[in-house]
Design a protein around this ligand. Structure first.
Ligand code: HEM
Length: 251
């Protein structure tokens, strides 16, 4: 469902017809990216590479068809392939990489967050009640078939708080990847230049000084919006690689 929604934003018209094929290959690629890097036929890693090659082929064919068509579409793919005369235009390989990155980044993150928030809301009826009240109040100001708009979404303060608390308590992402640009000394250890390191951010989420009663599901703590911008809040990573998806994730 989440993958389909993301794919719809990329290629609205073809999303339904291509989705089945791309999902099978995408899942192989996803599992491969989390598996032991043993590149032998039969391993998940090997299958992951095959999956990625097939995703690339599907996207290349799609771009070819789009370019041959006189019809223009209001979606991300059209924006990327028709943006040819600007200096920042991407080549085909870069466009494909962008699409795969967006699909990959917003796939398991959003689906796991949705699943865990349903669980927490089920376990905490008061939070569920407040969330429902927020949504009913927004619907009250609209006619039955009137869709939600960006302002409605922005006004969902408690819903946003539920999402942040779910991200914290369930630790949907437990760290970020970095590469050292110079030798570093940390707590008596030396990390050489050029090492790839995984920075665990999970423990920060359960620090009782930052989040009193850290094992308690308490979305109200996020009603103070300044919590989201504290420099120890790394739910979406940080620095120049900060996730561009927070607004997407809460949609
Ligand atoms: C609950 C949902 C999500 C969570 C928890 C999440 C979390 C993260 C984290 C921790 C990073 C690494 C940041 C860093 O290295 O500092 C990241 C990167 C990224 N995310 Fe998300 N993300 C979510 C949803 C999304 C969505 C929906 C999109 C796409 C629309 C997205 C697109 C990206 C991209 C493109 C990057 C790579 C940024 C870069 O390396 O420059 N994410 N995300």
């Amino acid at each position: 469902m989440v993958l389909l929604m993301a794919f719809k934003q990329i290629a609205e018209v073809e999303s339904r017809s291509i989705y089945g094929a791309i999902k099978i290959e995408f899942d192989k690629m996803f599992i491969g990216s989390l598996s032991l890097p043993i590149n032998l036929p039969g391993t998940n890693y090997y299958q992951g590479f095959k999956g990625r090659q097939n995703v690339i082929k599907i996207l290349r064919d799609l771009m070819k068809k789009r370019r041959a068509s006189p019809v223009t579409n209001e979606d991300m793919l059209d924006q990327l392939i028709r943006d040819l005369d600007t200096k920042s235009a991407l080549n085909d390989d870069e466009i494909i990489d962008q699409i795969i990155t967006i699909l990959y980044s917003g796939y398991e993150t959003v689906s796991t967050t949705s699943m865990m928030s349903v669980k927490y809301l089920h376990d905490h009826p008061k939070a569920l009640e407040e969330l429902r009240d927020e949504h009913f109040a927004i619907r009250k100001g609209k006619t039955a078939d009137e869709p939600l708009d960006w302002d409605d979404y922005k006004s969902m303060r408690f819903t946003r708080a539920v999402i942040f608390e779910t991200l914290r308590l369930a630790t949907i992402i437990n760290g970020v990847l970095r590469k050292t640009t110079h030798e570093m000394k940390l707590n008596g250890f030396v990390i050489p230049k050029g090492w790839r390191i995984y920075v665990y951010t999970r423990e920060i989420n359960y620090d009782p000084f930052l989040y009193p009663e850290p094992l308690k599901f308490n979305p109200w703590r996020w009603m103070d919006k300044s919590l989201e911008t504290h420099n120890y809040c790394l739910l979406f990573g940080g620095g120049s690689r900060l996730c561009p998806g927070p607004e997407r994730s809460s949609e």
